[in-house]
Write a protein that binds this ligand. Structure first.
Ligand SMILES: Cc1cc2nc3c(=O)[nH]c(=O)nc-3n(C[C@H](O)[C@H](O)[C@H](O)COP(=O)(O)OP(=O)(O)OC[C@H]3O[C@@H](n4cnc5c(N)ncnc54)[C@H](O)[C@@H]3O)c2cc1C
Length: 299
């Protein structure tokens, strides 16, 4: 055990030389030097102090459902919050949920209590932290509509940020500009509703997702953001890329804005396909596509 491993392990379980592919829904990526699984703010703070003192980079992961990790080795610490940081509390129509809580789980818990507002998230396979970070959304709703405040670790302190200060916009937030801030929890404002109606709506959406998304294959959801003019899938369809394959990466037959890992795809395969799509769309439509999936550990 190295000195760093031993010091990190005082605060949380540590793994070394961990596969990033195992930590993401795309199942792509090289290894990381360390992965840690803190359960408390004190432990998280202890880990950050070590990283800062030793000059080791770190990155917070929720469920890794919006990440494309490079094939390279990551000489840093992945701080995985979806094992600890899973407490949640309902008070009246408010939900206070720690960053590692699953969005799907929270939407079910809200439904059981007859609370409406999280139905849109019932098929998003990320965490509260990841959802706030990228203002996750579906069916014309998004996190920004229900977030009242976010509890954030910054510069060694934990403070509450009101929703107005979170810079929410289409699939983004202020947290993108501050990679050193860590979302600890969020307070969500829900509304009283009818459990049965909420359940039906969630079931309906689940069926729609099952019918339209390749949920049986590793992916990171929609690859491209929708340009203002036209949905990304129409452009990809328009260049005839349905089913297009490079190495193990393949444009889904079921949903052309998904690239699935068919067969041991590398990050390199994935990006070659992304770049090919961007180039063809640029040539044919003069529209610039931008990735919604975030790349991690690219130099
Ligand atoms: C099948 C499928 C369907 C999907 N459908 C949708 C959809 O309908 N709508 C949608 O918006 N997205 C969708 N996604 C994408 C993804 O699930 C969401 O973006 C989700 O919010 C990501 O959460 P995560 O916990 O997995 O974050 P990760 O992928 O682990 O991280 C994403 C980013 O958030 C940061 N982050 C995570 N947690 C924290 C934290 N606590 N503090 C600070 N930063 C943090 C990470 O550092 C990283 O930069 C889908 C993905 C899949 C695989």
């Amino acid at each position: 055990m190295t000195d760093i491993t031993e010091r990190l392990s005082r605060f949380a379980p540590v793994e070394t030389d961990v596969s990033l592919a195992q930590m993401t829904t795309l199942h792509i990526g090289g290894n990381a030097r360390y992965a840690v699984y803190p359960e408390t703010l004190l432990a998280l703070d202890g880990i950050i102090q070590i990283a800062r003192r030793e000059g080791i980079p770190y990155k917070v992961f929720g469920k890794g459902s919006n990440l494309l990790c490079s094939d390279e080795y990551y000489e840093g610490i992945v701080i995985k919050l979806d094992r600890g940081f899973k407490n949640f509390y309902f008070t009246g129509s408010e939900l206070l949920a720690e960053a590692g809580c699953s969005l799907i789980h929270m939407s079910v818990e809200a439904m059981k209590r007859g609370l409406s507002g999280l139905e849109f998230a019932s098929g998003i396979p990320g965490t509260i932290g990841g959802g706030v970070f990228m203002n996750a959304g579906a069916y014309r709703s998004s996190m920004s509509e229900i977030v009242e405040a976010v509890y954030v670790y910054m510069d060694g302190n934990a403070i509450w940020l009101n929703a107005e200060d979170c810079g929410f916009d289409y699939r983004t937030s202020v947290f993108r500009e501050h990679p050193d801030w860590i979302i600890l929890a969020a307070r969500l404002r829900l509304e009283e509703g009818d459990s049965e109606e909420i359940r039906k709506l969630m079931e309906d959406r689940k069926s729609r997702r099952l019918a339209s998304q390749p949920l049986d294959k590793p992916s990171a959801g929609s690859v491209f953001r929708n340009p203002a003019e036209v949905p990304a899938w129409k452009l990809i369809e328009g260049i005839g890329f349905r089913g297009k394959r490079i190495g193990g990466a393949c444009v889904s037959e079921k949903h052309v804005n998904f690239i699935v890992n068919e067969d041991g795809a590398t990050a390199y395969d994935f990006m070659r396909l992304v770049n090919e799509i961007k180039e063809q769309v640029r040539q044919k439509y003069e529209i610039e596509l931008h990735m919604e999936v975030e790349r991690f550990n690219w130099h």
